[in-house]
Design a protein around this ligand. Structure first.
Ligand SMILES: [Zn+2]
Length: 65
């Protein structure tokens, strides 16, 4: 997983470092700052990108393709 890689509508623009995925998570996970095709920027964990759990910032719910 590298800067510039695209996953769905998201493009990795920055390494966001190791973070807890959630308050209940026991382990730190690699996260990336991603830019959505709509221009929003969100931080997504590596497994969420890898398994395409998160493919955009959430805007696809509101737009029709
Ligand atoms: Zn978006």
């Amino acid at each position: 997983m590298l800067i510039g890689d695209k996953y769905g509508d998201l493009t990795i623009i920055e390494d966001a470092g190791q973070r807890r995925a959630s308050s209940v998570s026991k382990y730190d996970t690699q996260h990336y700052l991603c830019e959505c095709s709509c221009g929003n920027q969100i931080v997504v964990s590596e497994p969420h990108l890898e398994y395409k759990i998160v493919k955009d910032c959430g805007c696809s719910k509101f737009k029709k393709k």
